[in-house]
Design a protein around this ligand. Structure first.
Ligand code: HAM
Length: 436
């Protein structure tokens, strides 16, 4: 490994890209808080047995994709997902004793040792949310509907929602037996991976992309024939609610997803294949009503989702913000630098995002910089302005330039930027009345 290069599958985000990321992160955070979710931050490192217990020993993630290591005798793992840590925190802090329903969201880096490709990385970011204490299916429908709306706000085309029910653990074990009976006679025709999975986790064969496995499961029994009355009612209500909300979805009885903790509702949202290729799954989630008790907590129902931010960014048609600052303060000549620094500080105290060029550059090169930064205003201070405490206020949008007293220039700058922010959504200046 070249020590001067980033680790394979772990990427730098340079400021040009961070602008788009922040836009997407802000829209996610705003949507989640509109639905009453509160942000939690859990550690990036947890004990390895937490993930094994929460996610199941036979999942791909636990079997092959975890970055695990020993430190002073502790078995530790870089978190491959956020649900296990959130559930651990919920149990550890006895949150159920304080509130009947808990809505949490999180955003942060996750780590999986996968083969990197477009949209699949070894360090990637997830935004996710979990609801503890609501058995659904109303909140299941609310979450799916929220996600469809969010993807709309993120300007992501070709969104397709898949839903399924896996039933409770009894349903799962009856279905597992039926699937095993169906697949065992065909075992020789399965891919090597699926032959291995046949005993450990036959449900995963349903979502194999290998044509041999797809042929073998084509006439396999459907999980829907195994759902008990309670499971069936839960799923029927979910689809009734989604219909009432006019949230489009497709029932996919083969949808199983890669993690073992799911019960009943399961969903996945895909984006347009041409943008995302093989990694077209933008997000996934479902119920995991057994996990809190499995981790030593009380019996509390749970539902959640996580979306790969890297994939949302690939799929989104949102542009990067072009206005990096509102104003440039342009001292012409080194004598004007102190006056320029004070002027920039005052503008910033009123919420104006402002850069200053302190190199003593020519006015021409400073105007070029203002254009690069998308600044609307340039406040020029040269020898004449220094002498009589004035400023040249150049408005690059209105194509005007006026000389005025320094205090007046600050007021006019703030007024124009506020007026602009009211008419445009990008809204930079936030006057706070603090003139310190
Ligand atoms: P997951 O399906 O493993 O579910 O991951 C959710 C999303 O994370 C995927 O749909 C994908 O967008 C993104 N993702 C996963 N692996 C990678 C990767 N290597 N590179 C880039 N993006 C990736 C979970 O993680 C569950 N914790 C979701 C959940 C929350 N279920 C209930 N609550």
């Amino acid at each position: 490994m070249d020590p001067l290069r980033a680790v394979k599958g772990m990427n730098d985000l340079l400021p040009e890209e961070v602008g788009r990321w922040q836009r997407v992160e802000q829209l996610c955070g705003r949507m989640l808080s509109l639905h009453g979710f509160r942000e939690i931050r859990t550690p990036c490192v947890e004990s390895t047995p937490l993930f094994v217990r929460a996610m199941g020993e036979t999942t791909d993630v636990v079997e092959k994709e975890m970055y695990s290591f020993e430190h002073h005798g502790d078995a530790l793992t870089l978190r491959p997902e956020g649900t296990a840590g959130a559930a651990r925190a919920y149990v550890e802090h006895a949150v159920h004793a304080r509130e009947a329903i808990t809505r949490w969201w999180y955003l942060g880096p996750m780590f999986r040792a996968e083969r990197p490709q477009r949209g699949r990385y070894r360090q990637f970011a997830q935004v996710g949310a979990e609801i503890f204490g609501d058995e659904g299916p109303g909140c299941d429908a609310e979450m799916i509907d929220m996600l469809v709306r969010l993807l709309g706000q993120l300007s992501i085309p070709g969104v397709e929602v898949l839903v399924n029910s896996l039933g409770g653990s009894d349903t799962r074990s009856r279905y597992r037996a039926a699937l095993l009976a169906h697949l065992t006679p065909k075992a020789g025709a399965l891919s090597a991976e699926s032959q291995r999975r046949l005993q450990s986790n036959p449900l995963r064969i349903l979502d194999s992309k290998d044509p041999r496995d797809q042929a073998a499961v084509r006439d396999a029994p459907s999980i829907h024939d195994f759902l008990d009355a309670g499971d069936r009612e839960h799923f029927a209500k979910l689809t009734t609610y989604l219909d009432a909300l006019h949230t489009p979805y497709v029932v996919d009885a083969r949808l199983v997803r890669g993690l073992d903790y799911y019960t009943r509702t399961l969903f996945e949202i895909k984006g347009a294949h041409d943008k995302l290729g093989a990694g077209s799954t933008l997000l996934g989630g479902g119920r995991y009503d057994g996990m809190i008790a499995d981790l030593g907590g009380p019996s509390v129902a749970a539902l959640g989702f996580a979306a790969g931010l890297d994939r949302l960014l690939i799929a989104s048609n949102l542009d990067a913000p072009t206005k990096l600052v509102d104003a440039l303060v342009a001292p012409v000549g080194t004598d004007a630098i102190i006056s320029g620094l004070l002027l920039a500080r005052e503008l910033r105290s009123h919420g104006v995002r402002c850069e200053i060029d302190t190199r003593g550059s020519s006015l021409k090169s400073q105007l070029r910089r203002a254009n690069q930064l998308g600044a609307r205003l340039v406040l020029i201070v040269g020898d004449t302005e220094l002498a009589d405490n004035t400023v040249q206020l150049k408005d690059l949008d209105a194509h005007t330039q006026e000389r005025m007293g320094r205090d007046q220039a600050v007021r006019v700058a703030i007024d124009r930027l506020i007026a602009a922010s009211r008419s445009v959504d990008s809204a930079p200046p936030r006057p706070n009345g603090d003139a310190s």
